[in-house]
Design a protein around this ligand. Structure first.
Ligand code: NAD
Ligand code: GLY
Length: 357
C-alpha cells in the first residue's frame, strides 16, 4: 500500500492507495476506532461496496448509513439537508466522522455536510471512480449545486484521510473510467512531461485496465495533486493550473446542459482546444495539441473534431468563468507539454479562431 501525505495549512492527512484496501480492518481501526460514524453512499455504489466496508470497520463500532439517489442532479441542498438531518438524528457531536463512499458527487456532497455540521467534523473520503480518486477526493474542495449554477455552495474542508482502493474501479463503467483518464492526462500535460510520455506508452495497458498501470497512474496523479494543494490550498495562485482545459470544458458542459458529455470527456476536448489556443498565440509549435489529440483518441476520449455548440454560445459561457478577473479571461495554457501557466491576455477573437479552426 502506498501512502502519500498531503500537507496543507489547515491539516495534514494521508492518502492510502492500493488494491483491496477497503477491506483492511487494521487501517480502519487506526483511523476510526471509537468514533461515531455515518457512511454516506449512493444506490449504485452501496450494493457493491458497503458490505465490505462495514465488515472492515471496528467490530461493535456504531455506524449509521445513509444511501442517497445516484447522479449529479442530486448534489443538492435537499440531499445535503438529508445528511444533516441524519447527523441530527444520531445526535452527532464534533467527534463524529463521515465516511463518503462513492464518486465525486457523494464526496463533494458528504464533504460539504461534514464542513458545515457544527462548523466542521471529520470526513474520510473513499472514492470509487477514477475521477474522484485522482482529483475530487484530494484537496478539500467540497460543494453542492445551487439552481444558479454548479458547485456554488461550498467550502474548503480537508479530509481526515483518503482511502483509494483501485480494485473498486473493476465495476466502473468504461465511459466513466475513460472520463477519469482525462484528469490523469491533465497532470502530465500541466506539470510532468515524463508522466505524459509514460501515459502514451501505457495506452494499451490502461485500455486493458491492467491493475499495475492503473495503480501507477493513480499514485502519480495523487502525488501531483498533493503538491499543488500543498503549495496553494485555497486556490490563490498555482492551484488554478489544475483547471487546464476546464474553461472550454465548463462552457461545453453548460451549453449542452450537462447531457451530452461527461465532465472528463469535456475536459479532453477542452485540453486540446487550450493547447490549440497556445499554438495560435505562438507559444508552442503545435506539438502539444497533436500529442494531446493522439493520446485522448488512444484512450477512447473525444477530441476537438467533436460536434460542438456554436462558438458564440461557448464564448458567452466563458465570459462568466469563475477564474476571470476584472472582466479579463484567465486561461491555463501550455508553454510546452508539462509546463502550464496562467495567461490573461486572451480576446474573443482568439477564442473564436480556436473554436472555428
Ligand atoms: P459520480 O460521482 O456521479 O460517479 C459517476 C457514476 O459512477 C455514478 O453513477 C456513480 O454512482 C457510479 N459509480 C461510482 N463508483 C462506482 C464503481 N466503483 N462502480 C460502478 N459505478 C460506480 O461522478 P464523478 O465523475 O466521480 O464525479 C463528478 C463530481 O465530482 C462532480 O459533481 C464534480 O463537480 C465533482 N468534482 C469535484 C472535485 C473536487 O475537487 N472536489 C474535482 C473534480 C470533480
Ligand atoms: N479539481 C480542481 C481542484 O481541486 O482544484
Amino acid at each position: 500500500m502506498e501512502v502519500i501525505e498531503v500537507q496543507t495549512r489547515s491539516r495534514n492527512y494521508p492518502v492510502y492507495i492500493g488494491q483491496g484496501i477497503l477491506n483492511n480492518p487494521a487501517l480502519w481501526s487506526q483511523l476510526v476506532n471509537g468514533r461515531r460514524l455515518l457512511i454516506v453512499s449512493n444506490e449504485i455504489v452501496a450494493p457493491l461496496y458497503l458490505d465490505t466496508l462495514c465488515k472492515a470497520l471496528p467490530a461493535g463500532g456504531q455506524h449509521e448509513q445513509l444511501i442517497l439517489p445516484d447522479g449529479e442532479e442530486y448534489k443538492t441542498i435537499d440531499q445535503w439537508m438529508r445528511v444533516s438531518d441524519k447527523l441530527a438524528d444520531m445526535k452527532a457531536g464534533r467527534d463524529a466522522c463521515i465516511i463518503a463512499l462513492g464518486g465525486g458527487v457523494i464526496g463533494d456532497l458528504a464533504g460539504f455536510a461534514a464542513a458545515s455540521w457544527m462548523r466542521g467534523i471529520d470526513i474520510i473520503q473513499v472514492p470509487t471512480t477514477l475521477l474522484a480518486q485522482v482529483d475530487a477526493s484530494v484537496g478539500g474542495k467540497t460543494a453542492i449545486n445551487h439552481v444558479a449554477g454548479k458547485n456554488l455552495l461550498g467550502a474548503f474542508h480537508q479530509p481526515r484521510a483518503v482511502i483509494i482502493d483501485c480494485e473498486t474501479l473493476n465495476t466502473l463503467p468504461t465511459r466513466e473510467y475513460r472520463a477519469g483518464l482525462a484528469e490523469v492526462i491533465k497532470y502530465g500535460a500541466i506539470g510532468d512531461s515524463n508522466f505524459f510520455n509514460w501515459l502514451e506508452q501505457q495506452a494499451d495497458s490502461l485500455n486493458a485496465r491492467l491493475p499495475e498501470s492503473i495503480l501507477q497512474a493513480v499514485i502519480t496523479s495523487v502525488n501531483a495533486k498533493a503538491d499543488v494543494v500543498a503549495a496553494d490550498e485555497l486556490e490563490q495562485g498555482q492551484r488554478a493550473l489544475l483547471n487546464f482545459g476546464h474553461t472550454f470544458a465548463h462552457a461545453i458542459e453548460t451549453a449542452t446542459e450537462y447531457k451530452l458529455w461527461l465532465h472528463g470527456e469535456a475536459v479532453a476536448i477542452g485540453m486540446i482546444l487550450a493547447a490549440r489556443l497556445g499554438t495560435q498565440l505562438g507559444l508552442d509549435t503545435g506539438e502539444a495539441e497533436q500529442r494531446l489529440t493522439r493520446l485522448c483518441a488512444a484512450l477512447g476520449l473525444p477530441g476537438a473534431e467533436s460536434q460542438l455548440p456554436p462558438a458564440g454560445e461557448l464564448i458567452e459561457h466563458m465570459r462568466l468563468d469563475k477564474k476571470n478577473l476584472g472582466g479579463q479571461y484567465r486561461f491555463i495554457l501550455l508553454k510546452t507539454l508539462g509546463q502550464a501557466f496562467i495567461h490573461t491576455e486572451i480576446t474573443d477573437a482568439d477564442l473564436s479562431a480556436v473554436l472555428t479552426g
